[in-house]
Write a protein that binds this ligand. Structure first.
Ligand SMILES: Cc1cc2nc3c(=O)[nH]c(=O)nc-3n(C[C@H](O)[C@H](O)[C@H](O)COP(=O)(O)O)c2cc1C
Length: 173
């Protein structure tokens, strides 16, 4: 079963979460983890698509927010482009493609933070995808220079991946 996890990440936290999700899935499905910069234009043959990105200004990043992120630190960003652009470039998805979306964001009520995953779900649904899990957020620290996942979040991501992989495996096989 071909599973692809496409992540967007500025400081590296979302990439770590994506890799933890893949790790969790490894008991049931093998997943390819792909930076959005290198994400495929054609998803034919993919049976489960997982996408995740950082929450910027309550939603998916934009060129201006990525520029602002880059200006806050003196190391290179993990992704040059964003999920918004990649999803916008996809003509359509293979009919009924199973998908799930996650984001990283600050650990405050969603009303105050927004959540990038909701924008991804909206776009993937419009493209003909079928959500197989509710959008999920994983929390990061607030210091951009050291904004790694909060303690326990990678374990939670691993568990989320394990549950997702197992449930999709049951449906597909
Ligand atoms: C320009 C910018 C805007 C942000 N806006 C929000 C926001 O609206 N809500 C939130 O919870 N976090 C916000 N954050 C924090 C990011 O969600 C955090 O940097 C990200 O989850 C870290 O993931 P990454 O290391 O993969 O880039 C913002 C960060 C930046 C740089």
């Amino acid at each position: 079963m071909r599973t692809v996890i496409v992540f967007e990440s500025m400081y590296g936290a979302t990439e770590k979460v994506a890799r933890a999700i893949a790790d969790g899935m490894s008991g049931s499905v093998g997943a390819e983890v792909v930076n959005v910069d290198d994400a495929p234009a054609d998803l034919t043959g993919v049976e489960l698509l997982v996408v995740g990105g950082p929450t910027h200004v309550h939603g998916l990043s934009r060129a201006a927010t990525r520029k602002s992120a880059a200006e806050q630190v003196d190391y290179p960003m993990r992704s040059r482009t964003g999920l918004r652009e990649w999803l916008g470039s996809l003509g359509s998805l293979p009919h009924g493609l199973a998908f799930a979306a996650f984001d990283t964001r600050i650990d405050k009520p969603r009303l105050f933070t927004g959540a990038a995953s909701l924008g991804a779900v909206k776009r993937l649904s419009r493209l003909g995808g079928r959500a197989v899990a509710p959008a999920e957020s994983f929390f990061v620290g607030t210091d951009p220079v050291d904004a790694g996942p909060e303690p326990g979040e990678l374990a939670r991501a691993q568990a989320w991946g394990a549950a997702l992989g197992a449930s999709v495996r049951r449906t597909v096989s």
